[in-house]
Design a protein around this ligand. Structure first.
Ligand code: HEM
Length: 203
């Protein structure tokens, strides 16, 4: 369609939604393990034993799919230039009433930082998750340290996810189209990712 430009192919989208679904399963099943107040969340899975089983296997899916998602976009998300530094200095213009025209590539600097945080969190959650998989497998000190890091990164990931979902939907209308249908409006691309748009419009 003339008003649209391709942004994500089917593999990008399937992988992203596997990460998102496994994350939500982990969040719901993990809450019961996190604090006594949330114990009732295990009922969603048929009881504590089933909830813990879902948590462990959703964790494996989340870890593997997060690594694959990161590898798919690493060429863009781990490269920062002068425009990205300007975006960071101005916090993407989110604190200003006026639209700040800072040229960005396929992902803006905030998205790049989020995807680096997301892979770091997946690695920490994955490694510490393996240590606590069987609580008797390692020393008490290592198990407790892993539990502490697991809880900390679980909390940080939930905060990060809320911000990510807000910015990908209500905060920046039109962004979700790319992850649902694979294409975004040209107007969206010119506004949010002008350097990327110039490149793909030439091809
Ligand atoms: C309902 C939940 C979610 C929604 C609606 C959502 C939406 C989106 C959208 C629309 C994009 C594309 C942004 C663009 O075109 O510039 C995106 C990218 C991405 N998403 Fe999600 N997402 C969700 C959950 C998650 C979760 C749980 C994770 C990881 C834990 C995640 C990680 C990523 C990453 C790494 C990218 C690529 C780079 C970036 O935008 O940071 N997403 N998401």
């Amino acid at each position: 369609m003339a008003n649209y430009v391709d942004r994500f192919n089917a593999a990008d989208r399937i992988l992203h939604w596997i990460v998102a679904i496994s994350f939500f399963l982990l969040m719901l099943s993990g809450l019961g393990l996190f604090a006594h107040t949330f114990f009732g969340y295990f009922d969603l899975f048929g009881g504590p034993q089933q909830g813990i089983m879902v948590h462990k296997w959703a964790g494996v899916v989340f870890f593997v799919s997060s690594v694959l998602l990161f590898l798919r976009h690493v060429g863009e998300t781990c490269r920062f230039d002068a425009d990205d530094r300007q975006w960071i200095a101005k916090l993407g213009g989110y604190l200003s009433r006026k639209h700040q025209d800072i040229p960005q590539g396929k992902f803006n600097a905030g998205q790049k930082l989020y995807s680096i945080f997301a892979i770091l969190a997946a690695l920490v959650l994955g490694v510490t998750g393996l240590v606590i998989w069987d609580p008797t497998a390692y020393s008490r000190e290592l198990t407790q340290f892993s539990l502490m890091l697991h809880g900390l990164f679980f909390t940080l990931s939930m905060v990060g996810m809320v911000v990510h979902v807000y910015l990908a939907t209500i905060g920046n209308p039109g962004t979700l189209d790319g992850m649902l249908y694979g294409q975004v409006r040209k107007r969206w691309a010119k506004k949010h990712a002008s350097k990327w748009y110039r490149k793909v419009a030439k091809d």
